[in-house]
Design a protein around this ligand. Structure first.
Ligand code: TXE
Length: 468
């Protein structure tokens, strides 16, 4: 199937749909169906009706269906990646669109095949209890625009695996690629087990969050919306997994080889052109290596091509939307008055309206807006430190804690520092590398609940104890 045939299967007509622009060029790619809170009610009712049979199918039956869906994603990988590239902006090449579609199959297979057996909690001759895990019912999956397919799968795959049915609300910025993904998967799933609802506005997400028949919400997005979702679930008491914003710190210790870590630092910060929840968003570098690390990082960054995602060789793209572009521009304009521009610092207007140059700004300090606020774009602030205690305190001083990283030639020393960082994940000599077997989630105001692996399955299951 070609990319346009894929699009034709899911899009609305131009009269009733909402035009979705190509993030790089602004041209209309296609038209997303406009839906309303009443459509949410209908979707939840259908998902609720379909759920018992899906649960009764058992793990084996669901595993077969989910593995077939994963094979179908792989079979349509190139057209999905092209649509994603146009809608989201990320290039086909590099750790971007093709990588994201590949990750969908990988995470779906892992969820489908990971076992979650009943656990004997106590068996001492007097007391006996087993912990079982059942389905919760209908899960609402509300997604963002930065990794719309991969994060969608992170929400959908464990939920389906555990026997829930799922109503999906993609971001209004990236509905088409998610609709296409679900269309491909649904060819292998029973009717109404996986239902997309596309928002014309945020009311649709709000209705899903407060719906009385939604048992669980998987949400990835901003901390502000996360708070609204918590409030919305006061009535239905839906369980929550919240993956919210972050402002991940990286600490470079004085013993590093700057050239050896430069590429890892670059991708840690600039993957998906910086629009990644667990990206490196503020970098603390020791005085001894400060100039050398900045030079090595800038050398790598300057060689990374930015441009239209469909063109071969580009590995950086535009900001996905004008709102995000404005945030990045405001923070960089301010940072230029406080620090030293090492690279970039301006809109890349020659490439298109939403492009911003790969930007590195050194000599910034805690409290500067580019350091303290989540930039979610291609602009990295660098802060000098001389005492590692100060760097640890700086890393921990914000109210968010998704990821963090420590960079050192001495693994033992790096782990000692890592143990003191309040983050859901602290990486050593990389940043943001994820694995389906390794639980992932935030601490503090970066959210709660873990995804992936057994922990992720339990998060979308109903724990039931059988005792006696
Ligand atoms: O997110 P929102 P936006 C950060 C990033 C960015 C900021 C805003 O800093 O600048 O968030 O991005 C749905 N009830 N991240 O505006 O508003 C909405 O329709 C229920 C970090 O895109 O949080 C969309 O599907 N749902 C993040 C989803 O919530 C509601 C990734 C996310 O939208 C709703 C993206 C409501 N009241 C942005 N209001 C990460 N952690 O990766 C909106 N939605």
């Amino acid at each position: 199937m070609s990319e346009s045939a894929l699009l034709d299967r899911i899009q609305a007509d131009a009269l009733t749909g909402r035009a979705i622009p190509d993030a790089a060029t602004g041209e209309t790619i296609g038209f997303a169906p406009e839906q309303t809170p009443a459509d949410v009610d209908d979707a939840v009712a259908r998902a609720r009706t379909a759920q018992p049979a899906w649960e009764t199918l058992g793990h084996e039956g669901r595993r077969e269906a989910l593995l077939a869906a994963a094979d179908a994603i792989d079979a349509h990988a190139e057209e999905l990646a092209r649509l994603l590239s146009r809608e989201q902006g990320k290039p086909l090449d590099g750790p971007n669109a093709r990588f994201e579609v590949g990750a969908c199959g990988m995470w779906l297979r892992d969820a489908a095949t990971t076992a979650l057996e009943p656990e004997v909690i106590i068996d001492d001759g007097e007391a006996y209890a087993e912990q079982h895990y059942g389905a919760l019912g209908v899960v609402g999956a509300i997604g963002p625009w930065n990794w719309p397919l991969m994060i969608g799968i992170w929400q959908i795959a464990p939920s389906l695996r555990m026997g829930n049915t799922v109503v999906v609300k993609p971001s209004e910025y990236t509905p088409l690629s998610v609709l296409a993904l679900l269309d491909i998967m649904n060819a292998h799933l029973p009717a109404d087990v996986l239902i997309p609802v596309v928002s014309g506005d945020r009311e649709v997400g709000a209705r899903l969050a407060s719906h009385p028949d939604v048992a669980k919400l998987m949400f990835t997005g901003s901390t502000a919306t996360g708070r609204k979702i918590i409030e919305a679930t006061g009535g239905n008491l839906a369980r929550l997994t919240l993956e919210l914003g972050g402002n991940d710190a990286g600490i470079v210790l004085p013993d590093v080889d700057p050239a050896a870590i430069a590429e890892g630092l670059f991708w840690g910060a600039f993957i998906n052109t910086g629009q990644t929840c667990a990206a490196l968003k503020r970098l603390y570098v020791h005085d001894d290596v400060y100039d050398d690390v900045i030079e090595a990082l800038a050398d790598v960054a300057a060689q990374m091509p930015m441009g239209n995602g469909l063109e071969d060789g580009n590995v950086l793209g535009p900001l996905q939307n004008a709102k995000q572009f404005d945030i990045v521009k405001r923070l960089v304009d301010d940072a230029k008055t406080r620090g030293r521009v090492v690279l970039g610092g301006e809109p890349a207007s020659d490439l298109g309206a939403n492009f911003f140059q790969t930007t590195i700004i050194a000599d910034l300090q805690d409290g500067d807006p580019l350091v303290d606020e989540e930039q979610f774009g291609p602009a990295l602030p660098i802060i000098r430190y001389s005492d590692v205690e100060d760097a640890i305190a700086s890393a921990n001083r914000l109210d968010v804690g998704l990821g963090a990283s420590v960079w050192s030639s001495d693994r033992g020393r790096a782990i000692e520092v890592a143990k003191r960082l309040r983050a859901g994940t602290t990486w050593i000599n990389s940043h943001g590398t994820l694995h389906p077997k390794v639980p992932f989630g935030g601490v503090k105001q970066s959210g709660y609940g873990q995804e992936f692996s057994v922990a992720g399955l339990k998060a979308v299951a109903e724990p039931r104890v059988i005792s006696g």
